[in-house]
Design a binder for this molecule. Sequence first.
Ligand SMILES: Cc1cc2nc3c(=O)[nH]c(=O)nc-3n(C[C@H](O)[C@H](O)[C@H](O)COP(=O)(O)OP(=O)(O)OC[C@H]3O[C@@H](n4cnc5c(N)ncnc54)[C@H](O)[C@@H]3O)c2cc1C
Length: 376
Amino acid sequence: MSAPDVLVIGGGIIGCAVAADAAERGLRVTVLERGRTGEEASWAAAGMLSPLAEAVGPGPFLDLLLEARERFPALAPRLRDATGIDIGYRDEGAIVLALRPEDDDVLNARLDWQRGSGLAVERLDAREVLEREPAVTDAVRWGLLYPGDHQVDARRLSRAFRVLAERRGAVVREGEEVREISIRGGRAIGVLLADGAREEGATVVVAGGAWSGRLHGLPRPLPLRPVHGQLAAVEHLPPLFRHIVTAAGIYAVPRADGRMVLGATEEECGFRKAVTPAGLARVLQGAAAISPLLGEAALTGFWSGLRPTTPDRLPVLGADPEVNGLLYATGHHRNGILLAPITGELIGAMAAGEEPALDLGPYGAGRFGDDPEPYC
Ligand SMILES: Cc1cc2nc3c(=O)[nH]c(=O)nc-3n(C[C@H](O)[C@H](O)[C@H](O)COP(=O)(O)OP(=O)(O)OC[C@H]3O[C@@H](n4cnc5c(N)ncnc54)[C@H](O)[C@@H]3O)c2cc1C
């Protein structure tokens, strides 16, 4: 069999989205996944599509997140028709609560720049919060409503991209660990697998999530580090909330299946992926502060995952500055579910030899220099 046009390293949501897009463009695509697809960060994610409730300021990255969000209303029915998978898209919006006096400054500053940028945000007083979400603690001071910040079921979305990629002819190989990227004469020519086999491909896409920087043969260090997040789920039947509700960095995401996802910690502890009493306590106490009813709800599960994070917390997207045929689609940190469809489009197009539709300058692999901080 002839070599594929595109080898994708990593079968998380990003690798599968890239594969689905590249395959739609008529390219022969192989995804190499060392474990099983969609079982790392993409499986752990809460599924919020929250550019505004999470945003730190205006700029090109916020523009990218907002454009990414626009994809979902049309994507959900398209994926259902193409794969039979309902990605659980919900559009009720998000509310960020001020519970403590010290939250006021943070939320007021955010309200100022977001209003100043013409973004969709509304200030709610305590009564207006409780009208919308009666289960919120009556200690709430005020809040911000983001009607456009939505959610999906991240596990189903990952699965849908994999199924879509395969229906379009991509080959997904699980249990295949890539050890090294092979480069000859300034061009990527394939990869070396952990079992010593070589795979050829005209284009190699780095989509290995938090592990991307560990690949051998990269032309320059890729300073990705894992940022651990712990989550839990409780029952919420009948539903406690309609909106995503967050306060002091902890969120409660109501799912249509009767679960409320609660998250998440941000910890820098290397590649250790363990749910700890201390981490879980932070999440559960934060949730109980949002609503005493959450504190009483039946706990149904807990899990964790590793966000792929760069020093500036921006993704790495696009072509290597020196090596032809080497593309990056990694480092999506807290936004990989939101950014998956647009990443698929951008990198799929580049794999087909097209110019990216957006300026990927801020996300270049060369921006860290030759001697960046190492990952932990
Ligand atoms: C707790 C938590 C909550 C989150 N919540 C949200 C959210 O609400 N909204 C949002 O948009 N984002 C969220 N995220 C972020 C999002 O989950 C990630 O940005 C996204 O899943 C990254 O996708 P990925 O495909 O790059 O990585 P992963 O899903 O980690 O996939 C990488 C894959 O590459 C494979 N791999 C690695 N190295 C190799 C190799 N050498 N050879 C072969 N395969 C390899 C791995 O096995 C893995 O399957 C959250 C993340 C976490 C951890």
